[in-house]
Design a protein around this ligand. Structure first.
Ligand code: G6P
Length: 413
């Protein structure tokens, strides 16, 4: 088992560090860097069916459901096709409205989750065709689907999903681009731009994780990147300039030292970043047994603001794509939400884009990630959340790879 961990202390840390390769292998051969065109493996759903689709119905569980929520933003934005996202465990109990023009999309790492298979059976019974995004070739879900996009993340052992999640986000992005191209809702120029940006992600992830190339193993600490811990506005310019840049994993380790005794955590995000807030909270719950909630940043004023006090760590995803006006607007609104938290003495940990000094003036801690287009940012911003959960769980002496009461694959309903 030690050998399988390749020098890492836990499978989870190994798998976090395998993300550059997982993303590259999920993209490879599916996109052309010359034309921006997407090529998907043979599907028994024709382009005609994709053009005429009335909607996409996503059903999934756990982390895969979070990927589905992010996928909704990708597909609706690029392909202008309505997307509904259901918990697979709920789907068949509400006599869902499905029609033959709706396409079911099952997202599942294992391809064996009983609830997801039941949702697929329900979709098929209602006359929908189904597609699968799955990490295991030949798994049950793929046998009934009209097409499968395999996430090439490789076997995932840690119960808490990491590389399979970012590979799912990548597959969803590729699928969204494909749908957009088939349906004519994206220009060639935009396609090429997005495909080029997608191809830069493995390198960006590798630099965040201090890995020389997507194929190279990361350091067993899983480190590096130009990350600077910020201190609340109190720090003078001189102090700030002289702050040593800590690697990402080391910075998350330091956050773990500061916050591992907290009883509760809040994770906030807007738009496509909201599912990442949910995923950050789930990672923490799963492996450290700390109560954590993910919330849409704008909903704080409708309840959770009442929870804020000086002991509550609030992780805010406050990233933006400066070339995307809707992303900038969302960022500005999130900044006001952060101000509401700091005004009530909440302790904010922000995930922001490298170079954003506005945010570091406002909050106690800032973790920086590289720039990317809005729809691709989730793939980068979840990494510090995975590392934060990991280091907190290690500090609390939890069994990181096999948390209590949880299974890697849940084959009962
Ligand atoms: C279990 C695992 C989770 C996973 C969920 C769905 O609860 O512990 O990590 O997200 O099942 O699994 P699937 O294989 O369908 O993605």
């Amino acid at each position: 088992i030690q050998a399988e961990k390749a020098g890492y202390k836990h499978f989870m840390l190994k798998e976090i560090n395998e993300q550059p390769r997982a993303i590259r292998d999920t993209t490879l051969g599916r996109v052309s860097l010359d034309t921006g065109k997407v090529f998907l493996e043979a599907m028994q759903i024709s382009d005609e069916d994709l053009r005429n689709a009335s909607q996409i119905t996503i059903a999934a569980c756990g982390t895969s459901w979070h990927a589905g929520l992010a996928g909704k933003f990708m597909i609706e934005r690029l392909a202008r096709l309505p997307v509904e996202v259901d918990y697979a465990s709920e789907y068949r109990y509400r006599d869902p409205i499905a029609d033959p023009r709706a396409i079911g999309l099952l997202i599942t790492q294992s391809g064996e989750t009983a609830d997801t298979l039941a949702a697929q059976a329900e979709l098929i019974a209602k006359g929908s065709k189904t597609l699968a995004i799955c990490n295991v070739v030949g798994a049950a879900v793929t046998r009934k689907a009209q097409g499968t996009l395999t996430t090439n993340a490789g076997p995932e052992i840690g119960v808490a999903s990491t590389k399979a999640f970012t590979a799912q986000l990548t597959a969803l992005f590729v699928l969204a681009l494909h749908l957009a191209q088939v349906r004519g809702t994206i220009s060639d120029e935009e396609s090429l731009h997005l495909v080029t940006e997608l191809s830069k992600l493995p390198g960006k992830l590798a630099s965040m994780l201090n890995i020389n190339s997507p194929d190279a193993p990361g350091s067993s600490e899983g480190v590096a990147a130009p990350i600077r811990p910020s201190t609340r506005a109190a720090a003078s310019d001189t102090e700030r300039r002289s702050t040593v840049r800590l690697p990402l994993s080391a910075q998350c380790e330091e956050l773990a030292r500061l916050f591992h005794t907290s009883d509760d955590f809040l994770f906030l995000g807007r738009g496509i970043h909201y599912p990442i807030a949910l995923e950050g909270a789930l990672k923490l719950k799963e492996i450290s047994y700390i109560h954590a909630e993910g919330y849409p940043a704008g909903e704080m004023k409708h309840g959770p603001n009442a929870l804020i006090d000086e002991s509550l760590p609030v992780v805010c995803i406050a990233t933006k794509d400066p070339n995307d006006p809707s992303s900038v607007l969302k960022y500005e609104k999130t900044l006001s939400n952060i101000q509401e938290v700091t005004a009530r003495s909440g302790r904010v940990i922000a995930i922001a884009i490298e170079g954003d000094t506005e945010i570091s003036q406002l909050v106690e801690q800032t973790i920086y990630i590289p720039q990317a287009p809005e729809l691709l940012l989730p793939i980068l911003e979840v990494v510090p959340l995975q590392l934060l959960a990991y280091h907190i769980a290690v500090r609390r002496g939890c069994d990181v790879d096999q948390p209590r009461n949880l299974a890697k694959s849940v084959t009962v309903e």
